[in-house]
Design a protein around this ligand. Structure first.
Ligand code: AHR
Length: 635
């Protein structure tokens, strides 16, 4: 695991000076190595995010042009676009509500060019999502829809320009713009430039007249070279968490504030010009570039499974559709959606998926009915879930259907519980599932997070996260899946709607919070079974999880010391003679709970890898404010 390279510096200082301090009373943990308590589900840890904090637009989704369809405009003008009249050129711009390239996009940006010529071009520039990250010797794939008031308007010059130097870093021209809407494609290739995100896109005309523009798009190279794809650095961070599923498309984002602002999946398919875009409940317009197929391709690229949340007739501001005939069209949409994901090409929606370039169906085991329906004051969820359950199960009996609120009339297959807490609250909450009813529904902890630190969480939150993960692993006979939320935040000014996120980024850089590294470790060393164990004297700020992967011959012990003092622990690994004499130890810790990573200091708190001597019984000390994962060989 190259990502977890050894950074001895700051952590070593903490570690040694801490050993001089007062310490906790010694705890004792005995692991019965060859005695599994229960299996851990194969999809235990996964991913959950949505269009929040510029997670997709301005985040994972690779598009560089912001407000590419000019939906965002008003009193302040056209957001993220400005005029750039060179020399004696004169033009004005406004959104034209009566002229657009498609039924979905019935408006566009109109440029009224009073004067322009070859030496004096009238241009518009796009500032991107807090800049446009450009790298040397890289090809950027672009396209735009344009129409002029007459044929023979001439070509457009499309360029990438540095904000600081004003230098053109790449430039090309389109063919001459015609009097009808047409798509123009182009490539912009940089030379040996210095990588930076202080750049913008410029579209220049040298002809007097009217010019309309729409769907102006520019993509850098994407993860696995996907068209309309994702940012490679953010995908790599996600892969580093070793997830097994993606809960999609949200969250509140599934529901929308109003019913007509829900994630209406059918309007997110196909060419970008056919996607009307929609308002996200997090108060900005979603381009819907991350449409249903893109979500699914994201799962494919990470080799994980979708957990599909379908809209179920309740939206955030309280509107709901009563169960019965009024709900049927929404239920039909959900059935179509499942068919789009899983149907073969002989089915109507499977054929649509194939036409969009993906003939193979996607795997699907879990479908979630709505989101956080405990908010529905009308108490209609029992009826809505039952209606969805009957219809979906009769067509897809093998699907597991997740309820988002407790039901009174029936037992759902799985119940989605959400927890957002402070670290101390999680420390006090770790026994929550230990005594939960094992005859009730299985549990999906579909959203959880320790909310300390902003924009991304700090070490204190990582300790809360790790304590909670030990509790979830221990209860993995009941809990089938768990996903932290939200994952992403664009840390640029105004990029955040929800504080305390796991992964931060700007236009060109990205980093993981301490909690990210805790999850990466827990994900990588999850194991396939929980081992029988006993403990004593662990106090209320020391937590552990003991799991194993017999097929790999590995035993994992996770130790979380949230105390400000070292935690000695007597360890016993009983029931095996095959334990090797040394183990790998990953330690993630720091001087105090507030220490954190940031966009300018991304690796202040990261795991430190070392080797420790082990035997069937030995003494070990966990430094203060530290998460450790011990990997022992048992073969
Ligand atoms: O993760 C942020 C929000 O928290 C989700 O959209 C919602 O489901 C929950 O309330």
């Amino acid at each position: 695991m190259n990502r977890l390279t050894s950074y001895a510096s700051a952590f070593a200082v903490v570690c040694c000076s801490a050993l001089m301090q007062a310490q906790q009373p010694a705890a004792r943990i005995t692991v019965q190595v060859n005695k599994p308590l229960h299996a851990i589900g194969p999809k235990f840890y996964g991913l959950m995010t949505e269009e929040i904090n510029y997670s997709y637009d301005g985040g994972l989704y690779g598009e560089l042009v912001r407000n590419r369809t000019f939906q965002d405009h008003g009193f302040g003008g056209v957001a993220n676009w400005n005029l750039d009249n060179m020399g004696s050129a004169r033009s004005s711009m406004e959104v034209d509500e009566n002229e657009g390239p498609s039924a979905a996009l019935a408006h566009s940006l109109r440029l009224d060019i009073a004067h322009a010529d070859a030496q004096n071009s009238a241009a518009v520039r796009n500032e991107g999502y807090w800049g446009m990250a450009l790298s040397p010797n890289t090809t950027y794939k672009g396209s735009l829809y344009a129409k002029a008031d007459a044929d023979g308007f001439g070509p457009l010059t499309v360029s990438l320009v540095n904000d600081v130097t004003g230098k053109t870093l790449a430039s090309t021209t389109t063919t001459t713009v015609s009097g009808d809407w047409k798509k123009y494609e182009f490539n912009l290739k940089t030379a040996q430039i210095t990588a930076s995100s202080n750049n913008h896109l410029l579209i220049a005309a040298t002809h007097t007249g009217k010019l309309w523009l729409s769907v102006v798009s520019l993509f850098p190279p994407t993860y696995k070279g996907r068209e309309n794809g994702n940012r490679p650095d953010l995908m790599a961070l996600l892969a580093g968490m070793h997830p097994k599923f993606l809960r999609l498309p949200g969250g509140n984002y599934l529901e929308g504030d109003q019913i007509d602002e829900r994630f209406d999946w059918k309007t997110t398919l196909g060419p970008l010009v056919d996607r009307p875009t929609h308002r996200s409940p997090w108060n900005y317009q979603s381009s819907d570039g991350m449409g249903l197929l893109e979500f699914l391709e994201w799962t494919e690229d990470l080799n994980i499974e979708p957990v599909l949340a379908v809209y179920a007739g309740y939206s955030l501001k309280g509107d709901h559709i009563a169960p019965g005939p009024a709900l049927t069209p929404f239920l039909d949409d959900a059935l179509d959606e499942i068919e789009f994901v899983t149907g073969d090409t002989s089915t109507k929606w499977g054929a649509v998926r194939a036409k969009l370039g993906h003939p193979a169906p996607f795997p699907l085991q879990y479908v979630e009915i709505g989101n956080e329906d405990w908010f529905d004051k009308s108490k209609s969820y029992d009826g809505r879930y039952t209606q969805y359950y009957k219809a979906i199960k009769s067509k897809y009996p093998n699907l597991q259907l997740i309820a988002t609120a407790p039901l009174t009339r029936m037992k759902p297959d799985v119940l989605d519980d959400h927890y957002y807490k402070r670290a101390d609250e999680f420390f006090d909450f770790v026994k929550h599932y230990d005594t939960a009813d094992r005859n009730g529904p299985k549990i999906f902890v579909g959203e959880w997070a320790t909310r300390e630190g902003s924009p991304t969480t700090n070490l204190g939150a990582a300790l809360g996260d790790a304590a909670w993960m030990t509790a979830m692993e221990r209860n993995s006979d009941l809990i089938v899946m768990a996903s932290y939320a939200p994952l992403f935040v664009n840390v640029s000014p105004g990029g955040m709607q929800w504080e305390s996120d796991l992964i931060g980024y700007d236009a060109s850089r990205s980093y993981g919070s301490p909690g990210y590294y805790a999850q990466a470790l827990f994900g990588e060393f999850l194991g396939t079974e929980v081992s029988t164990s006993q403990s004593s004297n662990t106090g209320d700020r020391f937590f552990y999880s003991s799991t194993a992967d017999p097929a790999k011959g590995e035993v994992y012990l996770k130790l979380v010391n949230a105390n400000s003092t070292p935690q000695p622990v007597s360890l016993e690994f009983a029931g095996t003679k095959a334990l090797s004499k040394s183990a790998t130890l990953y330690s993630l810790g720091g001087t105090n709970p507030a220490i954190t990573n940031s966009i300018d200091d991304p690796k202040r708190v990261i795991p430190v890898k070392s080797t420790v001597k082990v035997s069937s019984t030995f003494e070990h000390t966990v430094p203060p404010y530290t998460v450790q994962v011990m990997v022992l060989r048992n073969r």
